[in-house]
Design a protein around this ligand. Structure first.
Ligand SMILES: [Zn+2]
Length: 423
């Protein structure tokens, strides 16, 4: 089973499917370091050192490439303009209790994450999570085990009940590479940087990476990346992130978990959308949530498989009913967002229908988006009490969804400012 999750960062997925701007503006970072990964919304502020970007030449000249463990290995991207910065391999041996990390990116983007190499930058709830490499080994074990599943390759199965919104898994990247790597470099350059990136990982981590599934063909490491990557951002630039532990999660069109990624410490958290029972497989959606059957099939084709999840294997009638509900959700959302003449009663009715359909389709994780739409529709109908009620629900949903330092803090502040102005 292919486990590619390219660009399936679920917040991005929500944005893509619903046209909702959820990416916080980077502007307020610039007053700290020009390439600092830390935003002002972050709760866990860490000392910042503003590391200087270094390439192989600069590093050899000054004889220092800290905090990286090896002299950067750089190539000039053959298929980019001559003025483009080099792509270099930066590796750390000690990253996350010695599991190691190799990053293939520009010197500037590598500098933007240099501070996060320090395990001390990982906030306690992530650091001490039972599945974290940084947790004390005497604590409780993870809530899942990785098992062979009939016809599905490996998957993560719950070994105890996981509560709704509980973080089921914490994972750290082993390899990060700029998303346009395959296009920017020549084939010999790709081979060289990948070889260097893998060789510079601690040997145990090399074994873990090389044992991951690969199914798209071509050179092994490139195939492993294509099959398993998650789309993540380094200072606003998309990268492939290889998280060996979370790449074991299989796809489901009605998943019981989603993943979120912190730009500030590079950790990925897999969060339960609903309670997960003992023996149940933990799944997430590789495609944006809420798509109808045809669109899901199209999207999943890019990952090279036909979905056989319970929803996709249902009878044609059940699939049609689900599609009707999903299409109606889109229609109602558009009416709520675009019609300016709705009365409070009309908003009541449409919001009620929307919430019922979302419940029936088990798309509750998308309420972060719909609550804001409903709050704004009530503002349009001058029912400020209800607008406030939904703005509160939206904020609470975002905290559950994205954690306290979630990316949509700015969006929430804007909603409250707009509401305040009308009161
Ligand atoms: Zn499916």
């Amino acid at each position: 089973m292919i486990r590619t999750a390219r660009l399936s960062l679920i917040i991005t997925a929500l944005a893509a499917s619903l046209g909702h701007n959820v990416t916080a503006k980077e502007a307020n970072r610039r007053d700290i370091c020009s390439w600092s990964p830390y935003g002002s919304t972050l709760l866990y502020h860490q000392p910042r050192t503003c590391p200087v970007p270094i390439d192989d030449t600069a590093a050899s000249r000054i004889g220092d490439w800290s905090p990286w463990s090896y002299l950067p290995y750089c190539v000039k991207p053959r298929n980019k303009p001559r003025s483009s910065p080099p792509y270099c391999v930066f590796s750390s041996d000690h990253y996350r209790a010695g599991h190691g990390l190799s990053v293939i990116t520009t010197p500037q983007l590598a500098a933007s994450i240099a501070d996060t190499l320090d395990d001390g930058t990982v906030p306690p709830p992530i650091r001490n999570h039972p599945s974290s490499f940084l947790a004390h080994s005497s604590g409780p074990g993870p809530a899942f085990e990785i098992k062979d599943l009939p016809g599905r390759g490996k998957g993560a199965v719950a070994t105890r009940k996981i509560r709704q919104w509980e973080v089921a898994m914490v994972a750290y990247p082993a390899v990060i590479a700029q998303m346009d790597l395959w296009e920017a470099l020549g084939p010999d350059q790709i081979r060289a940087v990948l070889r260097q990136a893998i060789q510079q990982l601690p040997s145990e981590q090399q074994g873990v990476v090389l044992s991951l599934d690969h199914s798209t063909g071509g050179a092994l490491v490139q195939d492993i990346l294509n099959t398993n990557i998650f789309g993540i951002e380094l200072d606003g630039v998309m990268h492939m992130g290889l998280y060996p532990e979370s790449s074991r999660l299989n796809h489901n069109c009605r998943p019981n978990a989603f993943w979120r990624y912190s730009k500030d410490n590079l950790a990925m958290e897999v969060v339960a959308i609903r309670a997960i029972e003992v023996g149940e497989e933990i799944t997430h959606s590789y495609a944006p949530l809420g798509l109808n059957y045809k669109d899901r099939r199209e999207t999943l084709k890019e990952w090279g498989f036909t979905c056989k999840c319970p929803l996709c294997s249902s009878s044609r009638r059940v699939i049609q009913q689900s599609d009707q509900r999903r299409n109606r959700i889109r229609e109602v959302r558009a009416v709520l967002a675009e019609r300016e003449d709705l009365s409070g009663d009309q908003v009541d009715k449409l919001a009620g229908e929307l919430l019922r359909l979302i419940g029936e389709e088990k798309l509750e994780v998308q309420l972060v988006v719909y609550y804001e739409v409903i709050a704004r529709a009530y503002m349009g109908a001058f029912d400020f009490e209800k607008a406030k009620e939904y703005a509160n629900m939206c904020e609470n949903a975002w905290i559950q969804y994205g954690g306290l330092d979630h990316d949509n803090v700015e969006g929430m502040k804007q909603l409250w400012r707009d509401l305040d102005e009308m009161l």
